[in-house]
Design a protein around this ligand. Sequence first.
Ligand code: 5CA
Length: 431
Amino acid sequence: MKYSEYFIPTQKDTPSEAEIISHKLMIRAGMIKQSSAGIYSWLPLGLRVLKKIENIVREEQDKAGAIELLMPTIQSADLWIKSGRYKDYGKEMLRIKDRSGREMLYGPTNEELITDIFQSHISSYKDLPKNLFHIQWKFRDEVRPRFGVMRGREFLMKDNYSFDLDEDSAKISYNNMFSAYIKTFLRMGLTPISLRAETGPIGGNLSHEFQILASTGESTLYYDKELETLNPNTIDPEKLQSFYAAVDDQHDEKNCPIEKENIKISKGIEVGHIFYFGIKYSEKLNAYVQNKDGKNLPVHMGSYGIGISRLVGAIIEAYHDDKGIKWPLSVAPFTLSIINLMPEDKNCSDTAESFYNKFLEQEIDVILDDRICSIGKKLSDNELIGVPIQLIIGKRDLNEGVVELKNRLNNSSKKISLDSAINNILSETKI
Ligand code: 5CA
């Protein structure tokens, strides 16, 4: 991608409507544009990050054995009337009438629709367990949409639904997803803290939420410090669930089961939530399966959500400085930016182009900043949009046979010889 031909409408001024840092930076970095309250267009740079996050989520779901399908955004009210949630959901649900006066809605979640799909096609224990997911836009008419994509009205969620014959096997599915969630967030460079949670309108009695640490987060978390040192290869969900973790209004210093010196206090942002709710929907929506003895039983279900669009904001809350965003490699819109400080100088342009072509060949996500503008603007735009590895090409450096290699995550930079640049960068781009 050549910056001069691309579309990254960065802006210098901090937008007045934005209260939190990620919202400010997403607007300033030209990632999103509000279209109405809590509803955003995703501009190219924002979309690239959204897709990277979506793909990590999808890959970890695939690895955990979940199967992808796609349900529509607009649903008929019928199933919701059957489940009883048409009334319960209240004003948060966006209700629509089609031309024949049929009641429709923009889905805030999909328990009803997926249970209906399940019951239409599966009726035997032999087809269990099943775990189905989709990645689809949701709409919740939040009272106060705010914080940009972190609390939108329209937002992208990965939601999946597990189906099991009984409670014991449903808990295996639950724990399988629990582990997949931890791995997903670790891959994004985040520190996930899992906490027992309320079930709210989804229902059930077993639920965990996943918060990620960010100094600007909304919740204050108290948790066992062990939770900060997870290894994705050795996740034991039962063990993790036994560690102490609480949000501030649940935390009671006097009755806390662990020693004070083992507790860490940090700010967090909720990015995922999982529920086991048993037969709440299957009974109402007639999702029964036959067991070995030919007996019909309502299927045991769980649902599992990750806020994909919220994660874009949450990652920025965790990774930024006063100059802009500092993307972790795995979710960065581009891995490498080649910044040509003097596009009008032939030597600079030829060198930059030649690096650009070599990295394209290596299938590195690279952007060539070939814009004709001031050096200051070029460097500050690249800091703002937060490309993790920056190769800066300047006239004087080239005369000395060197280029500058900058790491946006720790803001270190070093001069390296032209010959060693490719290998140096290839080793830094390994995730
Ligand atoms: N059906 C269940 C799980 S599939 C469900 O809807 N769970 S939820 O309500 O907790 O939402 C799941 C995740 O979606 C949340 O953890 C959060 O990351 C994200 N989310 C929820 N509401 C919003 C919102 N208004 N804006 C952005 N993301 C949201």
